[in-house]
Structure formats: structure tokens, C-alpha cells
Design a protein around this ligand. Structure first.
Ligand code: GLA
Length: 360
């Protein structure tokens, strides 16, 4: 876990100008640089946002994840057709600027084309067919980005959200391959790139019941000798939930497994999940205050766990583009990130940077 070289140190991080480094003003903030000894700071990007958010990405972030462009349906929409243009654009941007790149994702119940699970004659693909397809897909995609991606989300969201009943989420992967599909996926990925760090990634990762189930899966995989190296905490949180205590307890449990942790898709929505209000044109003062408080607490916690926490990635770079504008309420503006709609740092960015600098 902590014996891995700190990835942040091998990658480009933009430095503030020396005259302002000791006491940053709002314009001098360099988030990734501030945390360069602790963990890389990442953002999910698209082939469009690497242009529209280019300067911000290069100034503030040291790691990227393709938001959709490396998912099965994006790169392999048909059995004999790979489409790499957008994924390549992101990989080339990372290469050109020496940014770290996380690979996302192989085995998932969403954004996987139907052909994968079909036998071509109106029936379902069998276990061997599915495993062979997965292997070939990994060989092609992992192989293509081996030089720039050292860490992959191999399996995404396989654990059920229900506290009672099934433990694994029912998916076509589970149905077609069987209960061992997660173990087999990690083994295939490891055979393709033995140097890659392989992650299990999920949401609601801090809710106690789901955390228990994820830990159970990890323990089972580890007991079988399956090459899994880390747990990805998606961290799609909001200003009310989960509580800091729940997050800390979950991180403690994952860390106790001896695995690396990565925050993989962080955003802090201004709305509780069941809050469907659509009348706000801007966040209220209370929302901003709570978001500020939460972000400060999170970064303190992340710093505490820096020995095992090897990445902190946001699901977006600034509030001008966030998937939460379309989810769970289509067309409702949200402001979940550390940089605002003008791609300027929110006041909390300054507090986070200042708090970290005091520890130097
Ligand atoms: C999940 C997936 C991501 C992304 C987000 C929402 O968390 O892992 O790839 O689709 O949902 O955008």
C-alpha cells in the first residue's frame, strides 16, 4: 500500500510563481502542486473539455480520467469495430503534458453494448464467449494505453445497494459468467498488463451496509489470491450526506484490508438526493457555506490518509461542466466542484491550500 512510489512525484504539476507561493491569493492557487507530496489531484475530462478547460486542467490538476471515452460502449461499439479517436485525444493530452491518466472502466452494467452479451443467433453469449471477449477487449484497450495508464478501474459498481437480499448486483456479466466474474476480470487484466494497478470502484462506498459488502468482496478476492490492488471510492457526495464520520469509518475499513484507496469521482452536490428543487439560479449562501465546510473536512481527512490514499479525482474540473446538471434532475444547474462556472477557484480552494501549507 504505502510502499508504492507516490505517483504525484512522477508527473507534471504546475507551480505557483515563487513570489506568491508562501501566501497564495485567489489567482495563485495551485491545487495539485500543493498536494504534490500527498496524492495527485485529478479531474474527469472529455475530448471537448481538454480544450474548453485546458488552462485550468494544466494549472490545477495532475491526473485525468476519461469521463466516458474509454468505456466499453465508446471504444468498442460493435464486435469488430473499435473507435479510439476521443480516447486517443485524451491520452495524447495526458502524454503531452505528463499528466497521470486513470483507466475507466472495463466491467460495468452500464455503457456496455448489447452485442457483448449476445450470441448472434438471438440467444445469450455463454461464459467462455464472454470471458474471451473481455480478454480481447482488455488486450486491445489496455495495450493501447499501457505507456500512459498505470491504474485501471477493472470492475465498476458490482455490489448491490440493498442491505438485505442479494450481495452482488444482478448484471449480464454475473448472469453470463457466474459468481466468479469479478475475480476472472481482475486476473485477465493482470495478465494483460502485470504492471497496472487494478481497482474495484463503487458509489455509496461510505454507506455502512454497502461498505461492509465491498469489504466482503475484497476479502474474498484477496483470500483467493486475485490481483486486486485498490478500492476506488467514487465519492459522489452532497452537502448533507454521507457524514464525515461515515466517510472516515469507510476509509478506515478499506485501508485495513491492506489495499490502496483512491477517491475516483468526487463531487459535492448542492442538493440532497431527494431534493428535486429546480428554482435556483445560483447556490444559496447556506449551500456555499456547507459545501465549504465539507470540502475542508474532506481534505483534512484525505491528508490524514495520505499513506494509503493514492489519488483524489473529481468528476469534472469546474462547475461550467458537470454531469450533475443532468442528474438526478435533467437540466437543473448544480455547483459541485472546487472551481466555479468561470473556472475560478471558489474561496474554499484557498482555505484548503492554506491549511495544507501550514503543515509544511
Ligand atoms: C458512475 C460511473 C462514471 C459516471 C458517473 C456519472 O459513477 O462510474 O463513469 O458514469 O457514474 O457520470
Amino acid at each position: 500500500m504505502s510502499n508504492q512510489p507516490n505517483p504525484a512525484s512522477q508527473h507534471h504539476v504546475e507551480q505557483p510563481s515563487s513570489s506568491t507561493a508562501a501566501s497564495p491569493g485567489m489567482t495563485d492557487i495551485r491545487l495539485a502542486y500543493t498536494f504534490r507530496q500527498d496524492f495527485p489531484i485529478g479531474a474527469a475530462v472529455s475530448a471537448r473539455t481538454i480544450h474548453s478547460q485546458r488552462d485550468l486542467l494544466l494549472q490545477q490538476y495532475s491526473s485525468l480520467t476519461a469521463e466516458n471515452e474509454m468505456k466499453f460502449i465508446s471504444v468498442h461499439p460493435e464486435q469488430d469495430k473499435y473507435t479510439f479517436d476521443d480516447a486517443d485525444a485524451i491520452a495524447n493530452f495526458a502524454r503531452e503534458h505528463s499528466l497521470e491518466l486513470r483507466g475507466h472502466t472495463f466491467v460495468w452494467h452500464n455503457q456496455t453494448p448489447d452485442w457483448v452479451f449476445q450470441d448472434g443467433q438471438g440467444g445469450k453469449a455463454d461464459r467462455n464467449t464472454l470471458l474471451t471477449r473481455l480478454q480481447q477487449h482488455m488486450e486491445t484497450v489496455m495495450g493501447r494505453y499501457k505507456d500512459v495508464i498505470r491504474c485501471w478501474d477493472v470492475v465498476n459498481e458490482a455490489i448491490s445497494d440493498e442491505d438485505s437480499g442479494t450481495y452482488l448486483r444482478p448484471t449480464p456479466w454475473l448472469e453470463g459468467i457466474g459468481d466468479d466474474y469479478i475475480a476472472r476480470a481482475f486476473e485477465l487484466a493482470h495478465a494483460v498488463d502485470p504492471n497496472a494497478l487494478l481497482f474495484y470502484n463503487d458509489y455509496n462506498e461510505s454507506h455502512p451496509g454497502k461498505c461492509e459488502r465491498i469489504c466482503r468482496l475484497m476479502r474474498e478476492l484477496l483470500a483467493e489470491g486475485v490481483p486486486v490492488h485498490g478500492v476506488g471510492l467514487q465519492a459522489h457526495w452532497n452537502i448533507h450526506d454521507p457524514s464525515l464520520d461515515q466517510i472516515r469509518a469507510a476509509m478506515e475499513k478499506y485501508a485495513a484490508l491492506g489495499l490502496q484507496l483512491q477517491i475516483t469521482e468526487m463531487d459535492v452536490s448542492m442538493f440532497a438526493f431527494d431534493d428535486r428543487r429546480t428554482n435556483l439560479k445560483a447556490p444559496t449562501a447556506e449551500m456555499l457555506r456547507l459545501q465549504e465546510e465539507r470540502y475542508e473536512q474532506y481534505f483534512r481527512l484525505f491528508y490524514e490518509y495520505r499513506e494509503v490514499l493514492t489519488s483524489v479525482t473529481f468528476w469534472g474540473a469546474a462547475d461550467d461542466y458537470t454531469w450533475l446538471d443532468g442528474f438526478p434532475v435533467r437540466g437543473r444547474k448544480n455547483w459541485p466542484l472546487l472551481f466555479d462556472e468561470r473556472q475560478q477557484p471558489k474561496p474554499v480552494c484557498y482555505d484548503i491550500v492554506k491549511a495544507r501549507q501550514k503543515l509544511e
